[in-house]
Write a protein that binds this ligand. Structure first.
Ligand code: ZN
Length: 543
């Protein structure tokens, strides 16, 4: 009985007699994965015994027996991860070479421009009758891709239109290895495990369906069979999948394709950059370990897992549609389990981060123990995606190290390197960003933009002075960050500059008074640098 399966994890209940097969099964799976991925993808598999008494719930106890079993299982998996592929490596000299190489031929050999794999690597592919060519007959170097990378491009196009998931169980795993053939593609490894899958629209589904196939409807909780051209295809269930894809018509008008990053960057409000967003649930392990307390049961654990998965795999589509109704500015690259990775026009990415946080907060009934953190980065059009993914991950890690004034940790948003709380600072930023942008746009349409631009530059100057002073204090002293902030609050010259603003711009006096007050009294001056940068980018013309 599969209890849970998502985001690269699964758990299942099985009879105790199955335990004897586990190590053999593990070896087989690891070996096949090694053939296809050369160690980039692996699996750890382990089990603990459960007894009837482990399911007892005693609300007077300190520990839940099931929780204890689960901790044991996690400890076993962790230990296995630390010696991944060990069994293969120590089995014999062939196993040693499979793990430690040498791999490929090196030298001037042509490699895939995307994943840097050489042709027909890893060597294990040959055993399964599979080849992995790298296209060399191409005009541009950017097109020099291996068959696996090309198939990922096909997959993303397929996902955009998929309505059904069709799964077919075949018997390959039990048959001699020479039954497979062809090029390595995204689904080839599944075939090696005896599974074929397709993502289809209705027409393709009806054409492909055979008796015995399992059909799931995507993103629609509807079990009704598909009827088309006199054929009836039974649907056994539904699956959520983040299929939101930015599309546009081809120049010839005879089809649609996925918009490229350049266009999404170009279509940002203001500067033509793209943004990357990474988010994940804080302390998920702790939520499972102690969140359910002594009431932990299989059904409670699985409900929690599935509800989280439903948010990231299903509800995320709705949130993206809400922020980007025309499907042109956002592209979720990954979303599942408890985390996500999305790229798109940078202005929508900032809106999206706030909306996801807001929806997640509501979705979890505002439970203060279940929080989410985010990191977003900003990049020029030509900046490589894999690097920007790392940058945003770095920002997410910074958010995870944040401690709030009341002592609670994480639950934060690292916005281009500056970490904020969601509940107070982010709304403050949004409010003054919108107000300043509105002033600049209004002045722009009245052809007197210089006035509000000058205000923005003055604010930038104050932010810069504050920042430089902060750096200076950090260099000069061995004070803590709090002591430095305290010292900065006493810098009178800075406050004079702030108060002077509202005197200078008489027609905006009320708002500027309020802004000055919040900068000084609520210490928001710490975020002025981010605010002015954000406004500047939002109101900038194309590069
Ligand atoms: Zn490749």
């Amino acid at each position: 009985n599969v209890l849970y399966s998502s985001g690269g994890h699964f758990s299942m209940l099985a009879p105790l007699s199955a335990q004897a097969q586990l190590s053999n099964l593990n070896r087989q799976i690891v070996s096949t994965l090694l053939d296809f991925f050369g160690g980039d993808v692996a699996l750890v598999l382990d089990a603990v015994e459960l007894h009837g008494s482990d399911f007892c719930i005693d609300t007077n106890a300190n520990l839940s027996p099931l929780g204890e079993c689960w901790s044991q299982l996690n400890a076993k998996l962790k230990a296995q991860k630390e010696r991944l592929l060990r069994e293969v490596a120590v089995s014999d000299i062939d196993g040693y070479t499979r793990v430690f190489g040498p791999f490929g031929t090196g030298g001037v050999e042509t490699f895939c421009i995307v994943c840097h794999s050489e042709p027909n690597q890893p060597d294990g592919l040959a055993k399964h009758g599979i080849v992995r060519p790298v296209r060399t007959d191409v005009l541009e170097e950017a097109e020099r891709k291996c068959s696996l990378c090309e198939s990922f491009e096909d997959l993303s196009r397929t996902i955009a239109h998929a309505q059904y998931l069709l799964v077919r169980y075949t018997q390959y795993a039990d048959q001699p290895a020479d039954k497979m053939q062809g090029e390595l593609r995204w689904h080839t490894v599944l075939q090696a495990f005896g599974i074929q899958i397709w993502l289809n629209d209705e027409e393709e589904l009806v054409k492909r369906y055979r008796d015995g196939d399992c059909v799931f409807r995507l993103n629609q909780p509807n079990f009704a069979p598909v009827e088309r051209n006199g054929k009836v295809v039974p649907v056994i269930g539904f699956r959520f999948m983040p299929t939101f894809t930015p599309l546009e018509s081809d120049a010839e008008g005879d089809g649609v394709h996925i918009r490229d990053m350049d266009k999404m960057a170009q279509d940002s409000e203001g500067a033509p950059y793209y943004g990357v967003l990474r988010m994940d649930v804080d302390d998920l392990g702790r939520i499972f370990r102690i969140g359910l307390g002594v009431r932990m049961s299989l059904s409670r654990m699985m409900t929690l897992s599935r509800m989280l998965t439903m948010f990231f795999e299903g509800y995320l589509n709705r949130i993206c549609h809400h922020i980007d109704p025309t499907c042109k500015h956002l592209y979720p690259i990954y979303s599942g389990g408890d985390d996500l990775f999305i790229v798109g026009s940078w202005d929508r990415i900032i809106k999206l981060a706030q909306e996801i946080h807001h929806c997640f907060h509501d979705y979890t009934c505002r439970n203060p123990a279940i929080t989410i953190s985010a990191g977003t980065s900003l990049h020029r059009k030509k900046y490589p995606l894999y690097q920007s993914a790392d940058d945003a991950k770095g920002f997410l890690d910074i958010a995870k190290r944040y401690t709030h004034h009341d002592g609670h940790a994480k639950d934060a948003f690292c916005f281009w390197g500056a970490t904020l709380d969601w509940s107070e600072t982010m709304p403050w930023l949004q409010r003054w960003h919108d107000w300043l942008v509105e002033q600049i746009r209004a002045d722009r349409s009245a052809n007197k933009e210089a006035s509000s631009r000058a205000l923005l530059f003055k604010l930038m100057r104050i932010a810069e002075l504050y920042y430089q002073r902060e750096m200076e204090l950090e260099r000069r002293s061995n004070w803590t960050h709090e002591q430095i902030e305290c010292r900065l609050r006493c810098e009178r010259w800075l406050w004079r500059l702030v108060y002077y603003l509202s005197k200078e711009y008489k027609h905006l006096r009320d708002e500027l008074d309020e802004l000055s007050r919040s900068l000084v009294e609520d210490d928001h001056i710490r975020h002025l640098r981010l605010l002015t940068r954000w406004v500047e980018l939002s109101t900038r013309g194309g590069d």
